[in-house]
Design a binder for this molecule. Structure first.
Ligand code: HAM
Length: 436
């Protein structure tokens, strides 16, 4: 019987793993450059952790199961509830700002499509314990730093930024009562993914003709930042405070040097129920529909888990959408195998020396391999090339004669004799290599 991997799940062969690790390295490097520390959580959690804020509706989007003891668990569909749970448990012992990142693997019961899988990895970066828009700006600057580091520019990617509090003021001005804003946000969030007529019908069913779906979408699309801020300031104290915070975010983004990457967009409201303030998504300028990342401010999540109130802001970025974007922009690298040394015997009788030297070099942290089959020197050199080795070391008659090995740098072809004493002293230096 032939059994394939389930739909929307991936096998990672070594060449795929090289690409994954390339991305993980870039995610980790950007996070650490901004002073973030890595954390992890469990692969499944109590189902209640996800239904608590989002309601039972979320269950259809989650892979969940019942344990023999009757407990209801869910494979994590996102990291933010786990993060909030972990921070809530220790909130009093941690000085702010808490700057944490994670690269969790997660599952969502969604229909697999381009850039959206049922199992994926998602870079999460969050700053907790800070209400100042400085944190929101730094989190956006971090995302930009990653995009830059993988060769993307502000011409490739745009970060569309909004604030739920500004959007709420705008909805109120259109006559939608505050208690219905969350429902409106959930629908507006789906607006770009739904065919226009389907959205119109859904909107009219939920909100009637006032405002009409057409008027709403036109309003969201054309409202400039200045107009929206003015409207918010006129709407009362809360709106004015939201406008001031948004202004501060904008200034900070200037100071972080990322103004080319941002755009105000009233249509970004984010579907998740826990966002309370600034929200943002990154998209390719080419206009692919699905987001490369999504995030925002959530100031009430830890309180919901019976912890003290710890405000937070952060984002999640999936591996699959990033790979799709890089591929469509022709910027996806194909990392080769990385081996430092390939050992070659000039004569099968010297093979035991190959194993001995390999053992010594491996202890220094060098990545070392050799051929399993005894073959002519030329063939072994070809193997060294094919494996992406930086240097080949030939173990020949000079070893017994004067304690010397021949070291060849495969890229340049440069070749020289290296004594075993030199190798023992400092193998990296003797071979002219540096740790990656
Ligand atoms: P989200 O909008 O559900 O937010 O997902 C954020 C990002 O995760 C998406 O923009 C996309 O890059 C990636 N993603 C989502 N679903 C899939 C999928 N099926 N396959 C591949 N990639 C996917 C959250 O998850 C929030 N918890 C993010 C957050 C962190 N907010 C604050 N902190």
């Amino acid at each position: 019987m032939k059994i394939k991997a389930p739909k929307g799940m991936r096998d990672f062969y070594p060449e795929d793993m090289r690409r994954q690790n390339w991305l993980f390295d870039a995610w980790r490097r950007a996070s650490r450059a901004f002073g973030f520390e890595e954390y992890e959580g469990p692969i499944f959690e109590d189902l209640a952790l996800y239904t608590l804020k989002s309601g039972e509706g979320i269950v259809s989007e989650i892979f969940h199961f019942e344990s023999r003891g009757g407990d209801h668990f869910a494979i994590r569909p996102e990291m933010t509830p786990t993060l909030a749970r972990m921070v809530a448990a220790r909130a009093n012992a941690m000085p702010a700002p808490i700057k944490w990142f994670s690269l969790p693997r997660m599952c969502r019961a969604e229909r697999p499509q381009r850039g959206r899988l049922r199992e994926f990895f998602q870079w999460n970066a969050d700053i907790l314990g800070v209400e100042d828009p400085l944190a929101d700006a730094e989190i956006i600057a971090l995302a930009v730093e990653f995009f830059r580091s993988v060769g993307l520019t502000a011409e490739d990617v745009v970060i569309r930024v909004n604030s739920r509090r500004l959007a709420a003021a705008a909805l109120t001005s259109l006559g939608i009562a505050p208690e219905r804003h969350e429902q409106a946000f959930a629908l507006i969030d789906r607006h770009e993914r739904l065919p226009a007529d389907v959205f119109d019908t859904m909107w009219t069913e939920a909100f009637g003709e006032s405002p009409s779906a057409g008027r709403l979408t036109e309003f969201l699309k054309t409202s400039s930042r200045e107009e929206t801020l003015r409207l918010a300031r006129e709407s009362g104290e809360a709106g004015a405070a939201a406008a001031d915070q948004f202004d501060e975010l904008w200034t900070r983004l200037d100071e972080f040097g990322v103004s080319d990457w941002r755009a105000f967009d009233l249509r970004i409201v984010r579907g998740l129920a826990y966002y309370t303030g600034i929200v943002f998504e990154a998209h390719t300028r080419g206009g692919e529909l699905r987001a490369l990342l999504g995030g925002g401010r959530y100031d009430d999540l830890t309180g919901l888990l019976d912890g003290p109130r710890v405000p937070g802001v952060g984002f999640g970025m999936g591996d699959a959408p990033v790979f799709e974007a890089l591929k469509s922009l022709d910027k996806l690298p194909t990392p080769g195998e990385s081996l430092d040394v390939f050992l070659i015997d000039a004569d099968a009788a010297l093979f035991p020396q190959v194993l001995r030297i390999a053992g010594e070099l491996r202890q220094t942290g060098l990545r070392v391999d050799f051929s399993y089959k005894r073959a002519a020197i030329g063939k072994q050199f070809r193997q060294a090339d094919a494996r992406g080795a930086q240097v080949a070391i030939v173990v020949g008659a000079e070893l017994a004669a004067r304690g010397e090995l021949t070291v060849k740098h495969l890229a340049s072809g440069a070749q020289r004799g290296v004594s075993t004493n030199e190798l023992r002293d400092d193998a990296w230096k003797a071979l002219g290599l540096k740790p990656a």
